[in-house]
Design a protein around this ligand. Structure first.
Ligand code: NAG
Ligand code: NAG
Length: 366
C-alpha cells in the first residue's frame, strides 16, 4: 500500500511537470517539527515558560528583536530556508500564515517537547508532537482550500521536512531530576529502544500525512552543553550520563530510519548526525573560528550555564566567536556550520545523502 502511494506521487509530479513547466522554479515548501532547536516562535502564542521572546534573544536577527527563536540570530530551519531560496516558513500559530504564505510551508515546532508526551510537562503549555502532526493535517486543509486538493497534496509530497526530537526526552525527562520517575522505571539501555519505537510511530504518521523527504536529526552532544558543564561536570569534561545516552540513541535512530526506508522502498528518511557536526567544533573550536565551545555567550554562573538567558544576563560582545548562544542552544554561526554539513557533508554527517544531493535529484526528476 505504501508502494502504491509512492507510485501515485511520482505520477503526480510528472503530470505537473508536463502541465506547468514553470512550476519547478518555485522553491519547494518546507515543514518543520520538533523542539526548541527548531521552534521559530510558536511558543510566543502559548502560556508557557519555554520561550525566547525577550531580549537579548534575537540580538543579531535582521530586526535585532526577539522572535521566539532560541538563538542570537537565525536558527537551523532559517538557514535551510536560505538554501532552498525561500523566506523562513512562518510559525503555525502565526496569524500571518495564510494565502500565499501557506505555499512557503509552516513551522510546527514547540520548545520543550520530546518524543514522549510527558517530556516537558514542567513548561505547562507546549505543542506535543502528536498535536504538531494534527496541526499539519489542519494546515493541509487550509492549503487545499487555497490551491485545491491535488495541488495541496503535491506541495506536501514535494516538500522538504525537518524533524528534531529526542534531546528533551533525556534532559527534561529521564535526567531532569536525580531518581526521576522514568529513570526508576527504565534502565537507560531500555529507555532508548522505547524512545526509538515511539519515534518510529511518529515518523510513520508523518509519512502517512504525505511527507516524502524528511531530514531527521539525532541529538547533539547533549552532555557537553554549557548547562550540563555547569551542573554535572567536575572538570569541564562532558557530562557522562548524557554522553552515554546520546551515544546509545544516535546509532539506534540511524538503524530505525534505515529500516523504515527499507519498508517503504524509498529514501524518505535522511539521518542527520548532529552529534558528529557538533563534535567537530566542540573539540576543535579554533578550527572553526570559535574562542570557546564550552562557555555560553548569554547566561550566568560557571560556563554561563546556570539559569536562563535574560536581559540581566552576561552577553558576549561578539556572538560569532561562541559556539553556544545560551546554556542549551547554538549561536547562528554554529547553526550555519551544522546546516553546511547537512547541505554538503559526507555520509558521516548525513546519510544516505546530503540535502544538496536531494535537491538536485528531486529537481531533475520533477
Ligand atoms: C501520546 O498521546 C497521544 C494522543 O495525544 C497518543 O496517541 C499516544 O499513544 C501517546 N503516546 C504514549 C507513548 O503514550
Ligand atoms: C554532498 O554534497 C556535495 C555537493 O554539495 C557533493 O559534491 C558530495 O559528493 C556529497 N557527498 C555525499 C557523500 O553525498
Amino acid at each position: 500500500m505504501a508502494m502504491d502511494a509512492l507510485l501515485v506521487t511520482s505520477c503526480l509530479v510528472v503530470v505537473a511537470a508536463v502541465a506547468a513547466p514553470g512550476a519547478s522554479a518555485a522553491p519547494r515548501a518546507f515543514f518543520v517539527f520538533g523542539d526548541s532547536l527548531v521552534d521559530n516562535g510558536n511558543n510566543n502564542y502559548l502560556m508557557t515558560t519555554a520561550r525566547a521572546d525577550a531580549p537579548p534573544y534575537g540580538i543579531d536577527f535582521p530586526t535585532h528583536m526577539p522572535t521566539g527563536r532560541f538563538s542570537n540570530g537565525l536558527n537551523i530551519p532559517d538557514i535551510i530556508s536560505e538554501h532552498l531560496g525561500s523566506e523562513p516558513a512562518l510559525p503555525y500559530l502565526s496569524p500571518y500564515l495564510r494565502g500565499d504564505k501557506l505555499l512557503v510551508g509552516a513551522n510546527f515546532a514547540s520548545a520543550g517537547v520530546g518524543i514522549l508526551n510527558d517530556t516537558g510537562i514542567q513548561f505547562v503549555n507546549i505543542i506535543r508532537i502528536g498535536q504538531q502532526l494534527e496541526n499539519f493535517q489542519e494546515y493541509q486543509q487550509k492549503l487545499a482550500a487555497f490551491v485545491g486538493e491535488d495541488a495541496a497534496a503535491q506541495v506536501v509530497n514535494n516538500a522538504l521536512v525537518l524533524i528534531t526530537l529526542g534531546g528533551n526526552d533525556f534532559v527534561n525527562n529521564y535526567y531532569l531530576l536525580p531518581f526521576s520517575v522514568r529513570s526508576r522505571q527504565f534502565a537507560i539501555q531500555d529507555y532508548v529502544p522505547y524512545l526509538i519505537s515511539e519515534y518510529r510511530k511518529i515518523l510513520t504518521r508523518l509519512y502517512e500525512l504525505g511527507a516524502r523527504r524528511v531530514v531527521v536529526t539525532g541529538t547533539g552532544m547533549i552532555g557537553c552543553v554549557p548547562a550540563e558543564l555547569a551542573m554535572h561536570s567536575v572538570d569541564g569534561e562532558c557530562a557522562r550520563d548524557l554522553t552515554v545516552a546520546a551515544d546509545l540513541f544516535n546509532p539506534q535512530l540511524v538503524r530505525m530510519l534505515a529500516g523504515l526506508n527499507a519498508e517503504i522502498g524509498s529514501d524518505v528518511f535522511i539521518a542527520a548526525n548532529t552529534n558528529r557536526a557538533s563534535f567537530d567544533f566542540m573539540f576543535n573550536p579554533q578550527d572553526y573560528g570559535f574562542v570557546t565551545s564550552k562557555v555560553a555567550c548569554c547566561g550566568q554562573g560557571p560556563y554561563n550555564g546556570i539559569g536562563l538567558c535574560t536581559p540581566a544576563s552576561n552577553v558576549c560582545p561578539n556572538r560569532d566567536v561562541y559556539a553556544y548562544w545560551d546554556a542549551f542552544h547554538p549561536t547562528e554561526r554554529a547553526n550555519r556550520i551544522i546546516v553546511g554539513q547537512f547541505m554538503h557533508g559526507s555520509t558521516d554527517h548525513i546519510s544516505p545523502m546530503n540535502i544538496s544531493t536531494i535537491l538536485a535529484m528531486d529537481n531533475s526528476r520533477g
